[in-house]
Design a protein around this ligand. Structure first.
Ligand code: GAP
Length: 445
């Protein structure tokens, strides 16, 4: 896929201008690898998370949600292999002292910034260290979790003891993870504070392949049907053994055509019994499973579908970004699927200095908002400007209350114009049918 960094600049600027995403700690010059979500970014992120939670937890009977602490006992990360193995190769320029990830460089001998000589690569552990309690010594070291997965493995026995699930079953979690990336980059693509949506799905060892294939399909369905991503920009890649995480015996990454190239969007790994066995050994707590039917005791194997929320959000925005010509002007719009759109519809009075129009429009807005909360009121500038503004934030429908709504043309009384974002087409819809019309549009997209 052809890289298009120009689009990236436009996206970053739109995200800031319209209140999706701001640089973290911006008034202090920013903090690399951190980003803050504004009102529209939060709304978009929550929609993505809710669609994920619905598909993978609410619509199923075999999934158990958890929300584990970010700070965990340091032994968790020793047992999981992250203390010894969660590292990237780092090289430092001997002249300008800048640091790079060696595996991201074409030439590992020469600095890409100043052409100075690069030192020998060394392994850099990406976990953020902190201290628990008042003492700052070796005994108080803890880590901010580098993946949400750990919180599920340590609660495996709690789920067995409280819910007595039968295999196969899964645990699911949405939450923050932290990685001290050597070179955060590409906007929210590679960050130091990220959000993951992960599943640990426990299976009988002989059944791993079947569940692996199933979740590969489900991941694809989520991207296409729930997020509305373009099929032709999604690619699945078998990860070669040398690139797999230390815990994985088989991995398939799903990549996406971002404006800066085809890059990893999400992953699927066969973690075997690596984690449950390692935690059993380290904690001395038995994390095996007893099958009541076959009377066997064994350690389940794990299939792990893992999703980065920020990368999904970036894919959704990049895929939605569009420009066209309308009335001799370039129009920028985000053609979000209505399911993910942060604002489903905006309601306007045709003119804001006509109290009877404003009162009727407020009435339409208030009633609609009771049924579909993600509705916006907009009365700034003229209707053309409002359309441009709503197009830029990806609002699928704009609803205008005009004099016909009030009864100027008797047969149009209590109807409104509904304008479609992508086609610009306008339809007259009875106010009483508005909520049903929008709900149908959101569902059937
Ligand atoms: N529990 C498995 C795991 O954490 P991973 O491939 O290291 O696997 C899973 O990460 C997903 O988390 C990635 O596919 C990506 O979407 C997201 N991710 C990982 N590191 C990231 C970073 N530095 N910035 C943004 N997203 C990241």
């Amino acid at each position: 896929m052809k890289e298009n960094p120009g689009t990236m600049e436009k996206l970053v600027s739109l995200c800031k201008r319209r209140g999706f995403i701001y640089q973290g700690s911006e008034i202090y010059g920013g903090l690399a690898g951190t980003w803050d979500y504004g009102p529209l970014g939060v709304a978009l992120k929550k929609n993505i998370e809710q669609l994920w939670w619905k598909r993978f937890v609410l619509d199923r009977e075999d999934m158990y949600g958890v929300d584990a602490a970010i700070l965990m006992h340091p032994k968790v990360w020793e047992a999981s292999g992250h203390v010894s193995g969660f590292s990237d190769p780092l090289v430092e320029c001997q002249k300008c002292k800048k640091r790079f990830r060696a595996d991201h460089l074409e030439d590992t001998t020469k600095c890409p910034e100043c052409a100075g000589a690069l030192g020998e690569p060394r392994q850099f552990n990406m976990m953020f260290k902190t201290h628990i309690g008042a003492m700052e010594d070796e005994s108080s070291i803890s880590y901010l979790r580098p993946e949400t997965a750990g919180g599920m493995f340590v609660n495996f026995k709690n789920i067995l003891d409280t819910f007595h699930p039968k295999l196969p079953f899964g645990m699911a979690q949405i939450g923050k993870a932290f990685r001290n990336e050597i070179a955060p980059r590409d906007f929210i693509f590679r960050v130091r504070e990220l959000e993951q949506m992960e599943i640990e799905y426990f299976v009988r060892p002989e059944n791993w392949k079947e569940s692996f294939e199933y979740f590969l399909q489900e991941q694809m369905e989520f991207l296409k049907s729930d997020l509305g991503l373009s099929k032709d920009k999604i690619h699945t890649i078998d990860v070669p053994a040398e690139d797999r995480a230390h815990y994985s015996k088989h991995s398939v990454d799903t990549e996406f055509d971002f404006p800066f190239g085809q890059k990893e969007l999400l992953g699927l790994a066969y973690r075997t019994d690596y984690d449950l066995s390692a935690h059993t050994q380290a904690s001395k707590v038995d994390l095996s499973y007893f099958d009541e039917e076959t009377k066997e005791r064994f350690t389940p194997h794990v299939i792990e579908p893992t999703f980065g929320v920020g990368r999904l959000l970036l894919a959704v925005i990049a895929d939605a970004y569009a420009e066209d010509e309308q009335n001799g002007e370039t129009r920028v719009y985000l053609k979000f699927s209505p399911k993910v759109a942060p604002v489903k519809a905006a309601v306007f009075p045709l003119l804001k200095n006509k109290p009877e129009l404003v009162a009727k429009a407020r009435d339409v807005f208030t009633n609609l908002k009771k049924e579909i909360p993600q509705i916006m009121w907009d009365d700034n500038g003229n209707v053309g400007k409002r359309y441009r503004r709503q197009d830029e934030i990806g609002t699928p429908w704009c609803i205008t209350v005009d004099f016909d709504t009030l009864g100027e043309t008797p047969e149009l009384k209590d109807t409104v114009t509904v304008r479609d974002r992508d086609t610009g087409e306008q339809k007259r819809i009875p106010v009483a049918e508005l909520a049903a019309y929008l709900k149908k549009g959101i569902e059937v997209y």
